[in-house]
Design a binder for this molecule. Structure first.
Ligand code: PNS
Length: 171
């Protein structure tokens, strides 16, 4: 709760294609500081990356991962992140910082978002060191080449990744 007695809501935005153990770790850490976290999956039109999973599949997987955590909500958004944050009365944006290489992009985004919406702060959280090398793109690559991804993603995601690449190898 904030000092004004309002519940503190944070947005954790990203592509989550798919959600990894590193993302899950960031959400768990974030819950120590806020009352609720909205994990917000960005629509393709909102940024340039091509995806493996549809937005609906990503949302579904994240819902499965946090099925037992009532303080986590999952949503999708289009357009400016700060507009979405305002529409949900969120005052914080959470982003994970794995390494110095993440810093420049994250810093620029945080300052742009602050310029667009001065009342919204960005909170950077470092994941557990065991996740510092982890990225959704590497997980997709390992899975696409038939490698084991069980150490990198939650079980429902592993199942979907394996199924997706099984389908593709049959096609
Ligand atoms: O996990 P990602 O792909 O690094 O997430 C990037 C994301 C979705 C957070 C970023 O592209 C974003 O915020 N897109 C929304 C559009 C927007 O608000 N752009 C201006 C922010 S600088």
């Amino acid at each position: 709760m904030s000092r004004q007695g309002q519940s503190r809501v944070a947005i954790y935005p990203g592509s989550f294609d798919p959600i990894t153990n590193g993302h899950e770790d960031i959400v768990c850490r974030g819950l120590r500081f806020v009352d609720r976290i909205i994990v917000a999956v960005a629509h393709r039109a909102t940024h340039v990356k091509r995806g493996l999973f549809s937005i609906e599949e990503r949302v579904e997987m994240i819902r499965e991962v946090f099925a037992d955590e009532p303080r986590v909500e999952v949503a999708e958004f289009e357009g400016l992140l700060v507009d979405f944050a305002r529409s949900r009365d969120a005052t914080l944006i959470i982003r994970g910082l794995r390494a110095v290489s993440d810093f420049e992009y994250e810093f620029q985004m945080a300052l742009m978002n602050r310029q667009l919406a001065p009342a919204i702060e960005t909170l950077f959280l470092a994941p557990g060191v065991q996740y510092s090398f982890l990225s959704a793109s590497l997980v997709r690559e390992v899975a696409s080449l038939g490698g084991p991804v069980g150490d990198f993603v939650p079980p429902p995601v592993r199942e979907r990744l394996e199924a997706r690449f099984r389908e593709r190898s049959r096609a």
